[in-house]
Design a protein around this ligand. Structure first.
Ligand SMILES: [Zn+2]
Length: 189
């Protein structure tokens, strides 16, 4: 699956909008991405997950794990594609943890996935959870890499598409200067 095919899927499902948006961070952007609109379609989620798992076909993987909420569906589908367990980490009192009786064996090879990597913050927290339990993270996978700078996870990071999304402070926003009405999209992931 090429990067263009991936981005076309997003455009076709209105999951990648172009306009003038105020993100929950307060920054303005001309692009808005909502991965849940893609993953709500099991057939599309399966196709993307299969393509993502193929990028790690040479790796030994015992379990796939994703940080909630964005990573749950993807981890599950990637796990299905590989034929292993699919887990998720979640926040408890602000701290990323593994709950619900989920476990990772000592030395178990773990693939960490996230639908969209922006700052990589929750992905790094999920990696920390795996490390603390003695698991071995072999890589990080995402459908979209929309990070503005290269992120070092300490393991190979592979994504299906890279998306450069410029963001602006309101005072510097070129779209505001053109008097284009700004919209606030639904909950940002
Ligand atoms: Zn603006």
């Amino acid at each position: 699956m090429t990067e263009k095919e991936v981005l076309d899927i997003f455009t076709r499902h209105n999951a990648l909008l172009t306009g003038h948006f105020r993100l929950s961070s307060g920054l303005h952007s001309e692009k808005y991405l909502q991965c849940a609109l893609i993953l709500q379609h099991p057939d599309v989620a399966a196709k993307l997950s299969k393509a993502l798992s193929a990028k790690f076909s040479k790796d030994e993987i015992g379990v796939v794990i994703g940080p909630a909420l964005g990573g749950i569906t993807l981890a599950y589908e990637v796990a299905r594609a590989i034929g292993v367990r699919g887990l998720f980490t979640e926040r408890q009192d602000g701290k990323m943890v593994l709950r619900r009786g989920f476990s990772i064996e000592k030395g178990e090879e773990v693939l960490v996935v996230e639908d969209v990597v922006t700052t990589g913050g929750s992905t790094k927290e999920a990696i920390g959870v795996v490390n603390a339990l003695g698991g071995k993270v072999i890589g990080v996978g995402s459908i979209i890499d929309r990070s503005s700078e290269k992120i070092d996870f300490g393991v190979p990071f592979k994504s299906l598409a890279v998306l450069k999304v410029q963001t602006f402070e309101e005072k510097d926003c070129p779209l505001c200067k053109k008097n284009i009405p700004v919209t606030k999209p639904g909950s940002r992931r």
